[in-house]
Write a protein that binds this ligand. Structure first.
Ligand SMILES: Cc1cc2nc3c(=O)[nH]c(=O)nc-3n(C[C@H](O)[C@H](O)[C@H](O)COP(=O)(O)OP(=O)(O)OC[C@H]3O[C@@H](n4cnc5c(N)ncnc54)[C@H](O)[C@@H]3O)c2cc1C
Length: 308
């Protein structure tokens, strides 16, 4: 092993860049490895991030990388960590290019895979007119006819939530809506239309949504569609390194379990951002990365001085 880093950060999205900034400012020898596939890259802009509201994600990540250039102990490398193991109280990570790096600490900030329903027309509009988070995208489609693809209790909550942005909201249950009578009444009094006809496809030019086509050929005019997503880990790396997944939440299937400083149960291994959270957002990822890095620096100092 030629060179051991103080910390390797896997992923340079909001969480990884934020962590690397704190680590660099604390003069930790830090390698950041990034495959360059941040989950929100397709979006027109970042909604709701103070100081950067509406900023195109690629521009935001470039600015974050530029800030790291001021810190000589941080190296940012394009690449992918394909495997890892714990060895001699530290970690060995294998890169896709065949190289191998070692570190005393590893911060996993590799984000999550957002999986949406398999309906024709969603993939090309994802992150634009089809979205999973009304706080991120609701403003951009405000006052247009909006749809919520969902059913049951979550469909009710999400349809009522979307009324914040439009008074023309349809719950597209894509089959039986599975609603309690109270909920039908709640939706009715909020002015939400319930449509149980199966959804065949979405239409509109490019990333724009103009309508959904229902199974009987009817078109329902829509300017935006809120869809349910489930987030899954992008790779088995956390598991390989011994980190445990917590219980599935309503949105995240297999988030890594961490404590309040984003440390996993494995000494020296932290996880921040979407990977270890139930409320994914850029702001939360920045906070998590920053706190995780502070925890890492404290743990290095504690170890060096025999503190428990
Ligand atoms: C379409 C869409 C739009 C969104 N819009 C908003 C919004 O407007 N506002 C908001 O607050 N939130 C938004 N979000 C949520 C937000 O994007 C995420 O919560 C946030 O980006 C998570 O940051 P992260 O650093 O954890 O992960 P990511 O941003 O996904 O970054 C992880 C990085 O790690 C890299 N990586 C993964 N595995 C490896 C590996 N093995 N080796 C090396 N690199 C690896 C990835 O390629 C990626 O570059 C949106 C999400 C989506 C999907």
């Amino acid at each position: 092993m030629e060179k051991s880093w103080d910390c390797i950060v896997v992923g340079a999205g909001a969480a990884g860049l934020s962590a690397a900034l704190v680590l660099g400012r604390a003069r930790q020898r830090t390698l950041v490895v990034d495959a360059g596939r941040q989950s929100n890259l397709v979006a027109h802009g970042i909604g709701g991030l103070l100081g950067n509201d509406g900023r195109p994600p690629a521009e935001f990540y470039a600015a974050g990388r530029n800030e790291l250039a001021a810190y000589p102990t941080v190296e940012l490398r394009s690449g992918e960590v394909v495997a890892g193991e714990r060895r001699d109280g530290g970690f060995v990570l294998d890169m896709a290019d065949g190289s191998r790096e070692t570190a005393r600490r590893v911060l996993l900030a590799s984000g999550m895979d957002y999986r949406f329903p398999p309906l024709p027309g969603i993939p090309e509009r994802w992150g634009r007119s089809v979205f999973h988070c009304p706080f991120c995208h609701g403003w951009e489609v405000r006052d247009q006819p909006l749809g919520v693809l969902d059913r049951g209790a979550t469909g009710v909550h999400r349809a009522l939530l979307l009324r914040v942005w439009s008074d023309d909201v349809t719950l597209l249950a894509n089959g039986p809506a599975e609603l309690e009578s109270d909920d039908v009444e709640r939706l009715r009094s909020a002015g939400v239309t319930i449509d149980e006809r199966p959804v065949a496809e979405l239409c509109g030019p490019g990333t724009t949504l103009t309508a959904v086509v229902l199974s009987d050929g009817t078109e329902r005019r829509l300017g935006g569609l809120l869809v349910p997503v489930t987030l899954y880990q992008r790779s088995p790396l956390a598991e390989q390194l011994g980190a445990a997944a917590g219980s599935p939440g309503p949105v995240v299937a297999d988030a890594v379990e961490v404590d309040s400083m984003f440390q996993t149960g494995v000494p020296g291994l932290s996880a921040a951002g979407d990977l270890s959270c139930q409320m994914p957002s850029v702001a939360n990822a920045i906070t998590a990365g920053s706190n995780a890095a502070a925890g890492i620096v404290r743990s290095v100092v504690a170890e060096a001085h025999g503190l428990t």
